[in-house]
Design a protein around this ligand. Structure first.
Ligand SMILES: [Zn+2]
Length: 262
């Protein structure tokens, strides 16, 4: 008899838990809708947990579960402590990349597989940016900023930090294209790859190689600014492949490694 009662209690617990999970997923979806509808930018504050619970008419535990779910995916950051609370997340591309690795690991994908796609996407971004310049749909200010970045690197004004500078140049191109899908996927891939290979670490490459990369950027930037799509794509692919070859030379066998969820 006693065990039947315990069994019923456990079942009740499980039903409660299932109900709460269902509610928290619904709340999570509603929070994402709220962020999207209002075009809230990363770092924007969201309602505190208690106010959210009141708004949705649910317990705080359900709201907390919803926020934790979104935090795991980088859509929400939770500031702890006094004056803390939920904010719109600022690492969604990184988290999205990490989620991708959970799926890639069992599939046996290697870092080389992943980088091949990243290279193609960079070529595509350069091609599209140049095409937009040609079609006069590109924002001239963004194009000017991209060209300025490529020259600033050469002038060595920016502490020759390849991570910051190199990524900034590639980010400028993505900004011109301004495609949420391409932008998210390419930065997610870039994040996963550089996290696991240290490809953005300037100390990995000697001065000569780094200077070559910076010259590549200037040429790519100029091709985009001229609106020469085919040339911009070709230069970008050559640049990405050269950078990959330099990485393989610096760390032989590294890109044979499987993509692991870390
Ligand atoms: Zn580059």
């Amino acid at each position: 008899m006693r065990s039947a009662v315990n069994g019923a209690a456990r079942l009740d617990d499980r039903i409660d838990q299932a109900r709460r999970t269902k509610i928290s997923v619904a709340i999570a979806k509603s929070i994402v809708r709220h962020i999207a509808d209002r075009h809230l930018q990363p770092g924007s504050p969201l309602l505190p947990e208690q106010a959210m619970a009141a708004q949705y008419g649910v317990g705080r535990a359900s709201v907390r579960e919803a926020l934790r779910l979104l935090e795991m995916h980088g859509l929400v950051d939770i500031r702890r402590g006094n004056g803390g609370g939920p904010l719109v997340g600022s690492s969604s591309a990184e988290r999205f990349g990490e989620t991708m690795t959970m799926h890639l690991q069992p599939l046996g994908a290697t870092l080389r597989d992943l980088n091949a796609l990243a290279i193609d996407m960079q070529g595509l971004l350069a091609e599209r940016a140049a095409q937009m310049v040609k079609d006069r749909t590109a924002d001239p200010a963004k194009v000017a900023e991209m060209v300025e970045w490529s020259h600033r690197e050469i002038a060595g004004e920016s502490t020759s930090d390849l991570v910051t500078d190199g990524h900034a140049f590639h980010r400028c191109i993505a900004e011109i294209v301004d495609s949420p899908t391409l932008g998210l996927i390419s930065s997610a891939l870039g994040h996963v790859y550089s996290q696991r290979t240290g490809s953005g670490d300037p100390s990995m490459f000697d001065e000569k190689v780094r200077l070559q990369f910076q010259h590549d950027h200037v040429k790519i930037g100029a091709a985009i600014a001229r609106g020469n799509a085919a040339h911009a794509r070709k230069l970008m692919l050559e640049h990405m492949m050269a950078s990959n070859a330099a990485l393989e030379k610096a760390q032989p066998g590294l890109t044979d490694n499987l993509v692991y969820w870390d």
